[in-house]
Design a protein around this ligand. Structure first.
Ligand code: GDD
Length: 336
């Protein structure tokens, strides 16, 4: 367990970053939390943390201000979202390269011991994800390089940047390739939401409005695997503490179609089966994606625990109560 360390978490106002602050604080660390978002847009905020709101880490001077005398850095920051965002904002996504680059330079200058980079399954070669049901993606499947345009290229490039900082300057780096992480305190509306949150919101709203239809992007037969946030945080910390320096999948291998996920959410909500309207011109991304977890089991002796149904129950409950509080258009949580 990591404790008694001074830890910088960049992207702390976001979904995974917020959960990571909570856990590392609970474990007895001193936390510096930074995010480009202004205070009201942070998903979670904790007492006894040095918070830096509205701080753009694309700017190296900001990176320098917060990396002094820090033991560890977790870079959870990037301008991202689900398919609806990353397909239409490639230039925005690629600019996150500045966050990682400037942070690494500041870490080198101030002698930070260890650095974590949050990469993505979008780094994997697209040609291996053209069928609905695929073998899980192994870490070596990122090459030859043909990642998701924009966002995926930034992740793959930044992974390599980390590797070279380790080789050339001796900063210990750990890199996770996350597979569609979901759970409470994440974006569920406004354009950046991923499929689990979007579909929970749509089902919850259908129930509230006595609607009998749901809109689904694509034909619903495309597949993904989804990782519950608690498993994501646990896997991240185990990877960080390991001595494994190369990118590792942090994901689930419970591969389901979008239609199957909607079935599960409908059951959780208790609503009768909705008529499905398939929007074929919406962003769809790859046809099939899931994680191969052989390497993570080998190097961390660990695997995720939360089954999709259990994770979606918690996520649905949270989104259902949030939409009840504020109405369905919660752009508060989506502003960058
Ligand atoms: N977002 C969203 N909203 N997706 C929907 C919806 C909807 O209402 N209905 C169906 N889908 C479909 C999308 O068309 C896509 O085929 C699939 O659900 C998954 O979409 P997302 O969850 O938005 O994205 P992703 O799995 O393709 O990629 C996400 O995960 C990656 C890591 O695995 C993104 O968040 C990437 O940024 C991330 O790197």
């Amino acid at each position: 367990m990591i404790n008694n360390k001074k830890i910088l978490i960049v992207g702390a106002g976001g979904f995974i970053g917020g959960h990571l602050v909570k856990r590392l604080l609970r474990d007895g660390n001193s936390i510096i939390a930074v995010d480009i978002k202004s205070r009201e847009y942070w998903f979670q905020e904790f007492e006894d943390v040095e918070n830096h709101f509205s701080t753009d880490m694309k700017n190296i001077e900001n990176c320098r201000k917060v990396t002094k005398e820090v033991d560890y850095v977790f870079n959870m920051a990037c301008n991202m979202g689900g398919m609806g965002f990353i397909e239409n904002n490639k230039a925005e996504c690629m600019q996150s390269v500045l966050i990682n680059t400037n942070l690494l330079i500041a870490c080198k200058d101030f002698g930070v011991q260890k650095y974590f980079f949050s990469s993505s399954a979008c780094a994997y070669n697209k040609s291996m994800q053209q069928e609905a049901f695929i073998e899980g993606l192994k870490e070596e499947d990122a090459y030859p390089a043909d990642p998701e345009d924009g966002y995926g290229w930034e992740k793959l490039f930044s992974e390599r940047m980390c590797r070279h900082f380790m080789e050339d300057y001796g900063i210990e780096v750990r890199i996770a390739r996350y597979h569609n992480v979901y759970g409470p305190f994440g974006t569920y509306d406004g354009g950046r939401e991923k499929a689990p949150a979007a579909l929970c919101r749509k089902v919850a709203n259908a129930k509230k409005n006595n609607a009998d239809k749901i809109e689904i992007w694509g034909d619903g037969k495309q597949t993904r695997s989804f990782l519950y946030i608690d498993d994501c945080v646990e896997g991240t910390l185990r990877l960080f503490e390991s001595d494994y320096p190369n990118p590792v999948n942090i994901g689930s291998d419970e591969q389901v179609s979008i239609n199957q996920m909607v079935d599960v959410i409908e059951k959780i909500s208790g609503i009768k089966k909705l008529e499905r309207i398939y929007l074929l011109d919406k962003p769809k991304g790859v046809r099939g994606r899931t994680s191969n977890n052989d390497l993570v089991k080998k190097v961390l002796n660990w695997s995720y625990e939360t089954k999709l149904k259990e994770g979606l129950e918690k996520t649905y409950d949270w989104i259902n109560s949030e939409t009840g509080k504020h109405g369905s258009n919660l752009s508060k949580f989506t502003k960058s």
